[in-house]
Design a protein around this ligand. Sequence first.
Ligand code: 3PG
Length: 395
Amino acid sequence: FNTIDDLDLNGKVVLTRVDVNVPVENGLVTDATRIEKIVPTIKDIQSKGGIPVLLAHFDRPKGKRVDSMSLQIVLPALEAALGQPVKFSDEAIGGTAKRAVADLQPGDVLLLENTRFYPGEETNDATFAASLAALGQAYVNDAFSAAHRAHASTEGIAQLLPAAAGRLMEAELKALDAALGAPQRPVVAVVGGAKVSTKLDLLGNLISKVDHLVIGGGMANTFLVAQGIEVGKSLAERDMADTAREIMSKASGAGCTIHLPVDVVVAREFKAGAENQTVPTDACPADAMILDAGPETVAKIRTVFESSRTLIWNGPLGAFEIQPFDAATNAAAQEAAELTRAGKLISVAGGGDTVAALNKAGVSGDFTFISTAGGAFLEWMEGKELPGVAALQKR
Ligand code: 3PG
């Protein structure tokens, strides 16, 4: 696909799809990471003489104007990140948007209102895409984290204008390719989270691509059940036991070693500071639940990391949101960070919970790459084609 370097942007209005769908509490942005990550693209467009007009969604207003989901909410954080004022149009298309674009001077940045206020955005309506495209002369997509959506501002518009990937999109694709496309082997994937059922496609794709698969979190319990191990009151999908067995047998046929916990931290209550004990995996008391992997498991994971060259991580190993059940996730994260700092490991992580867990462990700065994407990262790891990326490649 094209990058910003391949397009002539001089004197052009550049419709730039960004993802500023950031967490907000009481009207304030609580994590501006996604906003900060789009700055290089906006600056590069400006330095090539283009005027960036930002297209973005916020939350899920379902095709209607919802005042609490106006993109005005991100303006202060965007201005702070860019170090310049940002103009705002409270319409994304039509006369108001056209006038806002016509008023732009070189050096300006304009943010258009939430594209999801219009029903044509999510249906990828051709007329809506054309109305967006009519506002500019080039299109840059820097929203990897929204690329799993075939929407007008991510897919339809790319067919209508000279299109290119922005810097963040480029970096995301490069990092993911380094982790799963043409990686340095051995590759270890860490997959955690609550349920096997929501990550079936992911597990299926990974076993044919990675050498080691570390399974953690609630989903590990389902694999333990599949091996006939009693897990007491732990979260487990007993009806997925057959599926888990199938995954294990396919993995061994594909040369992928699956690593399950060998010891676990159990408690009788799901709450911070709950009284707990560490037991071998087959010794979970009937009235207790598994809330984390134990130290022996962490030691095993450390050995796997040490023998690997590439790590791709999605999902925490335990109930990382409550202490002390974040211990295994933190320890594994720290080990990955250390090996990465020493130049021994290429480490890539993504997904909302995962990034929160790595931030909490204080190591996200040490990873080779942390994706800004949640759903898109997962779909990419599942081996699915992302419509927003495919639309750039077709050109
Ligand atoms: C995200 O937050 O993962 C992206 O902005 C996509 O949002 P969506 O899941 O509402 O499409």
